[in-house]
Design a protein around this ligand. Sequence first.
Ligand code: NAD
Ligand code: 0WE
Length: 264
Amino acid sequence: MKLLAGKTALIFGIANKRSIAWGIAQAFHRHGAQLGFSYAGPALERRVRPLAESLGVTFVEPCDVSSDEEIARVAEKAEQVFGGVDILVHSIGFANRDELQGPYYNTSREGFHLAMDISVYSFTALARAFQPLLRPGGALLTLTYYGGDKVAPNYNVMGVAKAALEASTRYLAYDFGPQNVRVNAISAGPIRTLAAAGVGGFKAMYKQFVDFAPLQQEITIDDVGNTAVYLCSDMAAKTTGEVVFVDCGYNILAVPAPREMLGR
Ligand code: NAD
Ligand code: 0WE
């Protein structure tokens, strides 16, 4: 069954074929959605264009989400091309690399502002710019991480940003409720993407995740894509303001411990 037939979805945050946003795009395509992509800037065009072409997507627009003008331009373009939008996916996060190591208290004022602007405010800015275009029955979706709830060593200012992003999701859900537009977040377990590459200790964290998580498996961008289809389809018509975990159950644990240690 095609759950997104007749719906138009704009996806922000594809950088390459490993991006979570790409997993979401492919799942949306399988479910019959008409798609549009937006990417961060000129340097990424040569990676994003071929991916778009492989799904027959012709709406491919650059947008640095730190710019209100660029956001307004993409919204105008979307109105011209599609008339309206049913689904908007925000799969964007950024902090300076040097803020993602060492003690959190070393976060600079500038680094804090940058992480908040790109990783948190941009979701609200997109919601506002697209508000007049969003059709009833539509959905907004963002991506978060458990480091916004509990301390993940080195995640630092991104953890603080994710906490604010999850709060934004609830406030936006309240605002958009009367318009019958739902706003949700997916909290994904660790996935080896560009944003995870070169993160100190990611490999070790990734391995212990598979050892400890109840389902004892890795998380893939397809797993996240499938849950995104559900949340943005009419199957989730009465769910808004939620953070849905796609993490093999990792977040339910009070005491992470490998099974062999417990003799199971
Ligand atoms: P990714 O690097 O593929 O995606 C991040 C995207 O953010 C990139 O496409 C990048 O171009 C974009 N971006 C950065 N600055 C931007 C700007 N100024 N304007 C527009 N776009 C900008 O990595 P990903 O892992 O797919 O990350 C997507 C989302 O998923 C992020 O919010 C991330 O925090 C979240 N997330 C990732 C994981 C993980 O383990 N990879 C887990 C949970 C949540
Ligand atoms: O949200 C993320 C990625 C966040 C991220 C990563 C980078 C690395 C490169 C944001 N900005 C940057 N900037 C860069 O220059 N994740 C959930 C993946 C992730 O990142 C971590 C993690 C996990 C998990 C960073 C430290 C500790 C754990």
